[in-house]
Write a protein that binds this ligand. Structure first.
Ligand SMILES: [Zn+2]
Length: 104
């Protein structure tokens, strides 16, 4: 989560209205802890303090080594390819959490 502090610093952002986050469904981080961290970062900064944090969950993806298709999974953990049923799949690593956009 240091990225949040970095983004704020690097962009010299003085006021934030809204931050849109994307969280991977396998992320072991909860929106609440991000809010907590953000409030900690912003506690001495009036311009940042009242920002709204919005979270969007993304689906987990797995790539099949046999047919190369990418299967999207809902909440369950995929054990086989949805296209050819091969068990030779690999979960596509995605960033657990990412800032989509910042509205100032
Ligand atoms: Zn397949």
């Amino acid at each position: 989560m240091e990225i949040l502090g970095k983004v704020i610093k690097e962009n010299k952002i003085t006021k934030i209205k809204k931050i849109n986050f994307e969280i991977s469904s396998i992320a072991n981080i909860e929106p609440l802890s991000i809010e907590f961290y953000y409030n900690f970062l912003a506690k001495d900064n009036k311009a940042l303090k009242n920002a709204k944090l919005l979270f969007k969950k993304t689906k987990m993806k797995a790539k099949c080594k046999d047919c190369n298709k990418i299967s999207e999974m809902e909440d369950i953990f995929l054990t086989h390819c949805l296209n050819c049923s091969s068990k030779n799949i690999r979960v596509v690593k995605s960033d657990e959490i990412k800032i989509l956009s910042i509205e100032t």
